[in-house]
Design a binder for this molecule. Structure first.
Ligand code: ZN
Length: 287
């Protein structure tokens, strides 16, 4: 598009050399950006925010008496039981939805990063697979696997299917133990900030309140958008951290619309061009 508008003389990707460089290519499909860890940095930045939310959420459930299925069923039965000759009472107000975390109070959390790889809990099954998030309760024998993807918006459904098929075998293996019950939750946040409609429901299934889930979805969208913006700005940059000062000096040569927020740009490019992928501190995402 920039070539059509006359901003650049070539449509080739400045990083990997592919002939037709599109926004889709820059944001999700550039070989150089992938190998340098720029997409991983975006993914891990969003994952870190999910981790912080879960770390805040888990103590809340671990400090309370777990809800027992039998008690829930008994209460529901008594609430709906109508004796002979009596009229049915008014329908009870909509019951609060119960999250997966409500049925135990010994939840443990593992989050997998490239620089901090996890081992799948051997107490469940021995597996070499490393989902992004593993949440498990030994008392309720429940394990929740959460997998985050930041694909192009048009590839959200494909990403969901890909992740489900990748963990299909592990889920079956866990469920075949007959002692553990596994749940796979896939979270997709589009590279341009569109959060999959299922993502909000997944956070509610976990036990987040509606405002918490809404806030988390909004934050994930913003984090991914800002990371993608940084990836876009750095699309002509092959240098690493050591050359960063030179890059910053040349910022003024970029089209004006690309540097509308210089302070944020500096932060993100600094992270993006590191030798190894870094997780930006959450404060970097504050406006
Ligand atoms: Zn490329």
């Amino acid at each position: 598009m920039l070539k059509l508008w006359g901003y650049t003389s070539s449509a080739a990707c400045k990083l990997c050399g592919v002939a037709q460089c599109t926004l889709h290519h820059l944001l999700v499909n550039c070989k150089f950006a992938r190998e340098q860890g720029r997409y991983l940095w975006r993914h891990d930045s969003a994952l870190q925010h999910i981790e912080q939310t879960l770390e805040d959420l888990i103590p809340h459930f671990n400090s309370r008496k777990p809800t027992v299925f039998a008690e829930v069923a008994r209460r529901d039965f008594h609430a709906n039981f109508v004796r002979a000759g009596e009229k049915q009472k008014r329908p009870t107000p909509t019951k609060a939805k119960r999250g997966l975390l409500e049925f135990a109070n010994d939840w443990k959390l593992l989050v997998d990063y490239d620089h901090k790889k996890i081992t799948f809990p051997p107490i469940i099954v021995a597996s070499a697979q490393r989902p992004d998030v593993v949440l498990w309760s030994s008392r309720s024998r429940t394990v929740i696997l959460l997998e985050l993807t930041c694909p192009a918006e048009e590839g959200i459904t494909a990403a969901q299917i890909r992740k489900e098929s990748r963990y299909h075998e592990l889920i079956n293996e866990i469920n075949e133990t007959k002692t553990w019950k596994a749940h796979l939750l896939t979270v997709e946040v589009g590279a341009r900030g569109l959060v999959a409609s299922t993502t909000y429901r997944i956070f509610r299934v976990l036990g987040l309140t509606a405002p918490q889930a809404k806030s988390l979805v909004k934050a994930l969208s913003e984090i991914v958008v800002r990371c993608s913006y940084a990836i876009y700005l750095a699309h002509g940059l092959t240098m690493r951290t050591t050359s960063l000062p030179d890059f910053l000096e040349t910022q003024s040569q970029l089209p004006r619309f690309q540097i509308s927020s210089p302070s944020v740009t500096t932060e993100f490019v600094a992270c993006t061009t590191s030798l190894t992928p870094q997780i930006c501190p959450r404060s970097n995402f504050q406006v």
